[in-house]
Write a protein of this length. Structure first.
Length: 211
């Protein structure tokens, strides 16, 4: 669906960032800000957001899954195709905004920069699955890898991604920042190292022009 710039049109917003950057912590804050501004919003996540997507998510995060890189990539896009069909496109068509915890920008960062899959191959899948639809605003919570890891260190066993080496997450971070630099119209980089209150001030400012 081509998007225009009218403040009345439904908007597709995503939260991105490395492990422990604060996406889950901040998504409900953003939802409340949008609702307070009179916006009807659907909050969802990737991989996931549908029954099939959540099943694929469980397989993708399971440390017992033996997935080659192309399988991982295709599972992300399989979950995304279902998510677009069942949740995202219908919500936008109803006039709702969509707030999604990760989307294709994560695929470029994790499967592209992290795993080393050719970015052009990802772009082909993006166009195949999404057509022209892209997030209107990508809120990139940025922080050093070690800080994110420390923040999630206290919780249960690491999932299949969290088991990766520091160098993998550094490539992911660098990749996200390159995307943001290449596309300043859509991306807003949020300094996620500061207090939650200051992160949320930045998030407010990053969506203010859309409201
Ligand atoms: N993936 C996903 C791909 O490889 N390709 C893709 O295309 C897609 C869509 C699952 C995995 O899938 C991969 C990437 C992921 O590895 P996920 O569950 O969304 O995706 O991602 P995770 O990064 O694993 O989610 P996390 O829960 O680990 O990180 P969050 O949500 O960014 O962090 P959050 O909010 O849980 O915060 C972590 C801790 O930090 C504290 C919080 O209280 C919490 O304890 N915190 C702060 N502390 C101090 N100051 C602040 N400002 C703080 N903000 C949060």
């Amino acid at each position: 669906m081509p998007m225009n710039n009218s403040s009345q049109c439904p908007r597709f917003l995503t939260l991105e960032g490395g492990e422990g950057a604060g996406k889950s912590t901040n998504i409900d804050f953003l939802r409340r800000q949008l609702v307070a501004a009179g916006v009807e919003v659907v909050v969802t996540r990737e991989p996931g957001g549908t029954t099939l997507g959540e099943q694929l998510r469980a397989l993708l995060l399971d440390t017992g899954s033996q997935l080659c890189d192309d399988t991982e990539l295709l599972m992300m896009f399989a979950a995304r195709a279902q998510h677009l069909e069942e949740v995202i496109r219908p919500a936008l068509a109803r006039g709702c905004w969509v707030l999604c915890d990760r989307f294709t920008e994560a695929t470029y960062a994790y499967q592209g920069d992290g795993r080393g899959i050719n970015l052009e191959r990802i772009a082909q899948l993006e166009t195949w699955v999404q057509g022209e639809l892209r997030p209107d605003r990508v809120l990139l919570l940025d922080l050093p890898v070690a800080v994110g890891m420390e923040r999630i260190g206290g919780r249960g066993g690491p999932d299949r991604f969290e088991r990766e080496a520091q160098a993998f997450f550094q490539r992911v971070r660098d990749g996200y920042l390159r995307q943001a630099e290449a596309d300043p119209e859509r991306f807003r980089v949020i300094d996620a190292t500061v207090s939650l209150a200051r992160v949320q001030q930045q998030l407010n400012a990053a969506v203010a022009d859309l409201l």
